[in-house]
Design a protein around this ligand. Structure first.
Ligand code: NAP
Ligand code: MG
Length: 483
């Protein structure tokens, strides 16, 4: 199927080719064929986009002069415009990323809900009055930061872009978005929505381009006032360093190695469903994947059997297949890396229970079988490193204390799952886990209303919820001498 959506950069309210006329060819991972060709921004285009954004958020600009309620109305219209393109975006995402339409539909829905949620915030961003000594009035204002830069990965191209764009927009900033060059298409629908909702020029700019070129130029630009980066921990460290040169604020959403801890008193069927979902959704290409199953030794065989059977029954298929529940991984290089990890798992003594190969019935598309290893110890490579594919490592524990110890023995700390019917245990274990998010008896789950982010090397700052309002505004304190 051919692509007929937007293919140009969107800068200062205009669709334009890259200044050097460079382009990106993006593949459909299910067919391994070129799906679309889009303009490819480089440093010069970043310059244009940032200066347009800077003008758009100038103190006297139309955008900054809006009453908060009027800004809320813009965000609502923006959200409605996205909603009207929903089916087209789902189809595009499925072809560009490889995820099934079933999954893409959830992503698009979540993103639209996020804009609706933050539209509600736009006129509720309040300051405080502070009791100070003497005859004074002291208060704070929460003001927009200015230009926010958004660097987005390929695993949830539309949803993760929306997650940081929505609060940044609602807080009155102007935005420059750089999607991954592997999946550049759906971010351009945010530009289309900006056009439909008649946002002032320069408030949203979308510039597909490569990370090392356009991404690095955006992250190090002195006129960018906040960077929202979602991606790998390695690249995130580099973004943090370049932000330091300009004292630019950052939000980092990085990798994970999520433990799903299943206690002997859990609802085993529900846990097996959650564990399966937590590692095979999006073909395991999730920062918050539950890639380690920590299971009590007494129920290991039972849980493993349920999870492995589900894994074997997962319908694999492409973006045109409505029944598919797991698509291909995003690229050939990604698949190669996953298969290498599977070899390492075998070499280091993991027992392959199911999967481990390219499915024999798929002669096209970057498919990998849902894979489960058991007899894994937490020092093995497949238990420590983020594989970013459909590979589950099963580790047993003897008691609560050991479960917590194994779970916390990781450089990452994004999302952890706890499966138990004991209320006291649920809360106690949740408190002891060094994770930014803990979910009890379901996995994975998040909402626009709840803070998303990680401890340790999983990130810095928080997206979503009220927390993100703090990320995308800055505080001004005003003191008035009344005497
Ligand atoms: P990545 O290589 O770090 O890329 C992420 C984004 O950064 C892409 O847009 C990429 O552009 C860009 N980029 C690459 N090099 C850059 C540089 N030097 N300066 C500025 N930007 C640069 O990560 P990925 O492989 O796409 O995504 C997978 C990773 O993202 C995993 O580690 C996963 O855990 C993490 N992730 C985290 C979350 C979360 O919320 N915590 C969510 C999803 C994914 P190009 O793609 O064009 O190179
Ligand atoms: Mg693609």
């Amino acid at each position: 199927m051919s692509y007929s959506g937007p293919t140009e950069l969107y800068i200062d309210g205009e669709w334009t080719s890259a200044e050097d006329k460079k382009t990106i060819e993006t593949l459909d991972p299910a067919t391994e064929e070129v799906y679309a060709t889009v303009a490819k921004a480089d440093e010069k285009d970043v310059e244009h986009a940032v200066s347009a954004a800077k003008r758009a958020v100038d103190r006297d600009s139309e955008w900054r002069q809006l009453a908060p309620g009027e800004r809320a109305e813009y965000v609502r219209e923006f959200s409605a415009a996205l909603d009207s393109m929903r089916d087209e975006i789902v189809l595009t995402e499925s072809h560009d990323n490889g995820k099934t339409p079933f999954e893409a539909q959830i992503d698009v829905e979540t993103a639209i809900n996020t804009f609706e949620y933050y539209a509600g915030w736009a006129d509720k961003i309040e300051g405080e009055t502070i009791p100070v000594p003497g005859d004074r009035l002291d208060y704070t204002r929460r003001e927009p930061i200015g230009v926010t830069g958004h660097v987005v990965p390929w695993n949830y191209p539309f949803q993760l872009a929306g997650r940081s764009l929505a609060p940044a927009l609602a807080c009155g900033n102007s935005l420059v978005v750089k999607p991954s060059s592997t999946t550049p298409l759906t971010a351009l629908y945010y530009a289309k929505a900006a056009e439909e909702a008649d946002l002032p020029d320069g408030v949203i700019n979308v510039i597909p381009g490569s990370g090392s070129d356009a991404g690095a130029a955006l992250a190090s630009h002195p006129d960018v006032d906040h960077i929202a980066f979602t991606g790998s921990t390695g690249v995130g460290k580099g973004v943090m360093e370049s932000a330091a040169d300009n004292i630019t604020g950052i939000t980092l959403e990085l990798g994970g190695k999520g433990p799903n801890i299943v206690f002997e008193d859990a609802d085993i069927e529900a846990a097996a469903r959650g564990v399966h979902n937590g590692i095979f959704m999006n073909a395991g290409q999730m920062c918050w994947a539950g890639s380690r199953l920590l299971v009590h030794e007494d129920i290991h065989d039972e849980v493993l059997d349920l999870v492995a059977t589900r894994a074997e029954q997962t319908p694999l298929g492409s973006g045109i297949d409505d029944d598919a529940r797991m698509g291909p991984v995003v690229s050939e290089s990604q698949r190669k890396e996953i298969l290498e990890y599977i070899e390492i798992g075998k070499e280091e003594g993991g027992t392959l229970v199911t999967g481990g190969s390219i499915p024999s019935e798929k002669d096209r598309g970057y498919f990998v079988e849902p894979t489960v290893f058991t007899d894994v110890t937490n020092d093995m490579t497949i238990a420590r490193e983020e594989i970013f594919g459909p590979v589950l490592s099963v580790i047993t524990f003897e008691d609560e204390e050991e479960a917590i110890e194994i779970a916390n023995d990781s450089p990452y700390g994004l999302l952890a799952g706890v499966w138990t019917s004991d209320l006291t245990r649920a809360h106690t274990v949740a408190e002891y886990l060094d994770y930014g998010m803990v979910s009890v008896n379901e996995y994975p789950v998040t909402f626009p209303q709840t803070p998303f982010g990680g401890y340790k090397e999983s990130g810095y700052g928080r997206e979503q919820g009220r927390e993100a309002i703090n990320e995308y505004t800055q505080v001004k304190n005003i003191n008035v001498n009344l005497s």
